[in-house]
Design a protein around this ligand. Structure first.
Ligand SMILES: [Zn+2]
Length: 383
C-alpha cells in the first residue's frame, strides 16, 4: 500500500522517504527546516537589501563592458520572468540559451517574443545533433536514470563559459525555492557536474564528445573561487509566485504557458511524462506539485486530483510526442519497449568525479560563510 504524506503529495514509493508521527513526510519537513527563515518578519527587507546589493555589484562589473550579467533562459516561466525583471531593474543582460534539438516550437517562439520585446541580445548555442543523438543513445544503452544530465551539464558549461568570456561575475537564473525548494530524491537524478561520468558512459558505447560544452568539478571550482562567478537564483529576491509570473508574461509578452514544469523541451516532456514513470517508476509531478502545496500556491486536494491523470495534457499529446521521439531517434516501437523493460543501472557503476566535489567542498567548507554553503548544496541542480 502506498502511503501519501498528509501535508504534501510525496508518498512511500519514494525510496528514502520516512514519515513523522503526524503523517508528515521527511521531504516537506526538510523543506520547512531549511526555509523557516522565510517566516522572519523582516524577510522582505532582507530580500530587498540583497537585491540592491546584487544590482549594484552587477552594474559595477558591467561598467565599460557590453553586458552586466548572464541570464540563462530555457523558455520556461521561471527563467522568462527572470529575464524580464532583470531588464526592468536596469541591468543589461546577455540572454543565453541552449538548443539540443528538442526545443518545442512553443519554447522557441516564447523566447524570441520576450527577447525582441526587451531588446536584449540572445546567444543560442546549437549542439551538433548527431553528436547529441549518439550521446543520448549511449545513455539509453547504459540504462542510467539521469539522461537530462547531458542537457543540464552542457547548459551549465555554456553559462560559465559565457560569463568567463565576457569577464562577468553573475549567472542569473530562474531557480527558486517557490517551485523547486524541496530536495530531489537521491535516486531520481545524478550529480550534474560529473564530466567524468558522462564521458565514461559515452566511451563505454564508443561515443566521443567533440563539440558539446561540458563542465567538470575543476572548472566549476575555478569559476566559483578564482573567478568568483556567482549563481544567482533571482526569484529568491522576491515573493515569487509562479501563477502571477505566468499571468504577467501572457499579458505583456504574449507568452504561451506549458502544462507542467520543464515541458518546454519535447524530450524533457517525454522523459518526465513517459520514460521516468514507465521505466524508473518516478513521477516528478509529485515533487513539483508538493512544492506548490508547501509554498501555499496550490491546495493539496487539487494536487492529488492532478496526480490521478497521466503526466501528459492528453493521450493525444503523449502519442504525438512518442511518435516524434521514435522518428527523431530512429527507433521502432519495439526498440522503445525493449528499453523500457530493461532493468535500471546506476551512475555509480561508471567512473565519477562526485567524490572530488565532496572532497573540495568539505575542505573549503570551513573557510566559507554560511550563506554560501546553502548555495553550494543547490548549485548543481538547475532543473
Ligand atoms: Zn510531505
Amino acid at each position: 500500500m502506498i502511503k501519501v504524506c498528509s501535508r504534501c503529495v510525496m508518498d512511500s514509493s519514494i525510496k528514502d522517504l520516512t514519515f513523522s508521527r503526524n503523517g508528515y513526510c521527511s521531504y516537506c519537513q526538510d523543506f520547512f527546516n531549511r526555509y523557516s527563515f522565510q517566516e522572519n518578519k523582516n524577510i522582505e527587507e532582507i530580500k530587498l537589501e540583497k537585491l540592491n546589493k546584487f544590482l549594484k555589484e552587477a552594474k559595477a562589473i558591467g561598467k565599460g563592458k557590453k553586458y552586466d550579467c548572464i541570464v540563462g533562459i530555457s523558455g520556461g516561466v521561471d527563467s522568462a520572468w527572470t529575464l524580464v525583471e532583470v531588464v526592468k531593474k536596469g541591468l543589461r543582460p546577455l540572454a543565453v540559451h541552449m538548443d539540443n534539438g528538442w526545443n518545442s516550437e512553443l519554447a522557441q517562439s516564447n523566447i524570441s517574443n520576450i527577447v525582441s520585446k526587451l531588446g536584449v541580445d540572445l546567444y543560442t548555442h546549437v549542439i551538433e545533433w548527431n553528436e547529441y543523438k549518439n550521446l543520448m543513445e549511449s545513455f539509453f544503452k547504459s540504462n542510467v536514470v539521469d539522461i537530462e544530465i547531458l542537457y543540464d551539464n552542457a547548459f551549465l558549461a555554456l553559462l560559465y563559459q559565457q560569463a568567463h568570456k565576457y569577464g562577468l561575475r553573475h549567472l542569473v537564473a530562474g531557480t527558486n525555492s517557490s517551485t523547486e525548494g524541496m530536495r530531489m530524491p537521491k535516486d531520481w537524478n545524478w550529480f550534474k557536474l560529473d564530466k567524468t561520468n558522462i564521458k565514461d558512459i559515452a566511451s563505454k558505447n564508443n561515443v566521443r564528445i567533440k563539440t558539446m560544452p561540458i563542465i567538470g568539478v575543476k572548472f566549476w571550482f575555478y569559476c566559483e573561487y578564482i573567478k568568483r562567478i556567482r549563481w544567482i537564483s533571482f526569484p529568491e529576491f522576491f515573493s515569487y509566485k509562479k501563477d502571477e509570473a505566468t499571468k504577467m508574461l501572457i499579458k505583456e509578452y504574449s507568452y504561451k504557458p506549458y502544462p507542467y514544469k520543464h515541458y518546454e523541451s519535447i524530450f524533457t516532456r517525454f522523459y518526465q511524462g513517459y520514460i521516468l514513470p514507465n521505466k524508473f517508476n518516478i513521477d516528478k509531478r509529485k515533487l513539483h506539485l508538493s512544492n506548490l502545496v508547501v509554498t501555499s500556491q496550490m491546495n493539496r486536494k487539487d494536487a492529488l486530483k492532478e496526480l490521478e491523470g497521466i503526466p501528459y495534457n492528453s493521450e493525444k499529446e503523449l502519442n504525438e510526442d512518442l511518435e516524434y521521439f521514435l522518428k527523431k531517434m530512429n527507433w521502432s516501437q519495439k526498440d522503445l519497449e525493449v528499453y523500457i523493460n530493461k532493468p535500471r543501472s546506476e551512475h555509480f557503476h561508471y567512473k565519477s568525479e562526485k567524490w572530488l566535489f565532496e572532497f573540495l567542498n568539505t575542505k573549503i567548507k570551513n573557510l566559507i560563510p554560511n550563506k554560501l554553503k546553502s548555495f553550494l548544496r543547490n548549485s548543481y541542480t538547475i532543473r
